[in-house]
Design a protein around this ligand. Structure first.
Ligand SMILES: [Fe+2]
Length: 133
């Protein structure tokens, strides 16, 4: 079942375009959830001030269409609430994978990835990362 990252006061849980969707249990994920979850690949521990690579892959669990009528519009990466990077996509000629080099000067909290599907709304996932001296 699709869950929301924050509870909406209108409780429109079934509306994919209300709020941000996420997956509470990846082992029980539906095909819709597998297609939309932006999976983050990054080190669990990084050294303060050193660049490291982060990959955000939409459709890693199950391929998402990239057709003119249905495609992933963009992916964004945050460290906690701090914006890091964004990549816009177009149908037919791109696949929704973003690779970016990141350098953190302190612990900001979890890495958070967002993606937007034109038919199925916004989705988020996160992963722990530790910034050490
Ligand atoms: Fe979609």
């Amino acid at each position: 079942m699709v869950t929301k990252t924050k509870e909406c006061p209108q409780t429109c849980v079934e509306d994919l375009f209300c709020g941000v969707n996420t997956v509470s249990d990846i082992e029980q994920a539906t095909d819709l959830e597998k297609k939309h979850l932006p999976l983050i690949t990054a080190p669990k521990k990084v050294k303060k001030g050193d660049y490291f690579e982060v990959t955000v892959d939409v459709g890693k669990l199950l391929k998402h269409p990239m057709e003119p009528g249905h495609f992933i519009q963009f992916v964004e990466l945050y460290a906690g609430d701090t914006y890091l990077a964004r990549m816009d996509f177009t149908a037919k000629t791109t696949c929704p994978i973003m690779k970016v080099c990141v350098c953190l000067d302190h612990d900001y909290g979890k890495l958070r990835a967002f993606e937007r599907c034109n038919l199925h709304g916004s989705w988020e996932s996160d992963t722990d990362i530790q910034v050490v001296e």
